[in-house]
Write a protein that binds this ligand. Sequence first.
Ligand code: NAP
Length: 251
Amino acid sequence: MSEREIAVLTGASSGIGAATARLLAKNGYHVIAAARRVDRLEALAKEDANIEPIKLDVTVQADVDALAKHLAGKPVSILINCAGGAFDADPIHESDPEIWKKTFDINVVGSVRMIKAITPLMQAFGRGHIVMISSTAGHRAYENGGSYVATKHAETSMVETLRLELNGQPIRVTEIAPGMVKTDEFAFQRFQGDKEKAAKIYEGVTRPLVAEDVAEAIRWSVMLPSHFNVDCLMIRPVAQAQVHKVYRQPL
Ligand SMILES: NC(=O)c1ccc[n+]([C@@H]2O[C@H](COP(=O)([O-])OP(=O)(O)OC[C@H]3O[C@@H](n4cnc5c(N)ncnc54)[C@H](OP(=O)(O)O)[C@@H]3O)[C@@H](O)[C@H]2O)c1
């Protein structure tokens, strides 16, 4: 790369996003590390001069517009939509519609906002790659995961539609669909701060995936030759044969 290409990454303040920021920066990209908790982004940026912290809430259009303005005319070649999460574990018939709205606003509409803002920058640059961090939940439903499963199915279909719409342009569209990844905050958010319930998710699983594993899948996908499109990469720990089927060592 002559001039450092720019990778825009949402959800960079923790988990998969933070690991991806570190790995892409190490591999020569200038990483726009975006999230709401700017203190964490600034700490990340101290680790590597190729990481630029940007305070951004994907549900706030003005934040997304300001980022697009900041990047106008720059060599933006990658967008990774990683910001997201699960915010309840309720059966649908007992769930809170406000949680559904929040989950859709971040996971789905937030990704749309980012795609709308960043795609024109890739078109101006001459090529690009949009990566969506969906989930195996985008391919298989499970009980008590209604709001999250619905948003991840929406992300999966969004990726397919986008690939059709951008066909003929040098812009790749990839879905990375991880299964169980042990990150610090994901399960904690889902169980609204209940540490015990969050810890149970990974109980007895000897080696769940970790954030660095997903970062490596992202790095591999984006660093392939530019004619080579990974449509969907589904990745799980060996202990997880299907969303429901997890081998747990007896305690
Ligand atoms: N962990 C898993 O098992 C797993 C499995 C499959 C897929 N995934 C997907 O992978 C992605 C990252 O998961 P993770 O495990 O790394 O979770 P995480 O540690 O909870 O990270 C979520 C990230 O999203 C950011 N975020 C949340 N709301 C935002 C908003 N409104 N605007 C901007 N950023 C926002 C958070 O930053 P701020 O709070 O600082 O804004 C944080 O950086 C998610 O899309 C998740 O659905 C995770």
